[in-house]
Design a protein around this ligand. Structure first.
Ligand SMILES: Cc1ncc(CN)c(N)n1
Length: 217
């Protein structure tokens, strides 16, 4: 079993809850209210800011240029198509680009900052793998529905499914699988704790999104 499958197996319950969530089910069948999607996007746009800094740091810590290039390409995708998606969606939903951070957002920002400041590639990867793999898992079964939905729902599925995004997740997992082999038991325990916490926070973020974040006009 690969290291990343082993880590996933340790948090199977939270993983399943985060990838089969009422929020994403409603998003994919088009029944998610505009207000819930708007609240989610306002919070998630703040998550993206920390994510970009974390991914940039992981690119800087990659052991070789070959290991860095797919991460740098993904950074371009987040800062390009994904950033534009947020701005277009928030505008279409007629809400502000900014909102006070919810506790679930702050918790994620703190974990990402901690991972970035650790200066350790494997800790950065632990958060990145969880964040992208969970999204690939929930979005992939809905890939064929994206075109029938309003763009602020459909494009969120398209951005997190398909061949290119699967390759991003495969790359991040491969990086973590390789570095895991070089780690001693203490370092593995720290990766496990970070991975576990990231999965918990993903689940909590969807729980709060489904309950409904306050929407800033
Ligand atoms: C909270 C969260 N986790 C992951 C992703 C996937 N990029 C996201 N947009 N937001």
């Amino acid at each position: 079993m690969s290291a990343t499958h082993h880590l996933q197996s340790l948090v199977a319950k939270d993983w399943h809850a985060a990838t089969h969530h009422a929020f994403t089910n409603a998003l994919a069948d088009g029944t998610l209210s505009r207000a819930k999607m708007a609240g989610y996007l306002q919070q998630d746009y703040q998550f993206i800011e920390g994510f970009v800094r974390l991914l940039s740091s992981a690119v800087a810590h990659a052991p070789s240029l070959a290991d860095a290039v797919p991460g740098a390409r993904f950074l371009g995708q987040i800062c390009g198509a994904e950033n534009t998606y947020f701005l277009r969606s928030l505008q279409a939903l007629d809400v502000s680009q900014t909102a006070p951070p919810a506790p679930e957002t702050t918790a994620f920002q703190q974990l990402m900052d901690q991972a970035r400041h650790s200066g350790r590639y494997e800790i950065m990867l632990s958060v990145l793998v969880v964040a992208e793999w969970i999204y690939l898992d929930w979005a992939t079964p809905f890939e064929n529905r994206a075109d029938e939905l309003p763009f602020w729902l459909g494009e969120w599925i398209s951005l997190h499914s398909g061949k290119d995004f699967s390759q991003v997740v495969a790359y991040l997992r491969d990086q973590l699988d390789h570095v895991w082999e070089t780690l001693d038991n203490d370092a593995r325990a720290q990766v496990t704790a970070t991975f576990t916490q990231a999965v918990r926070l993903e689940r909590a973020f969807f729980d709060a999104s489904w309950a409904g974040f306050a929407v800033a006009k």
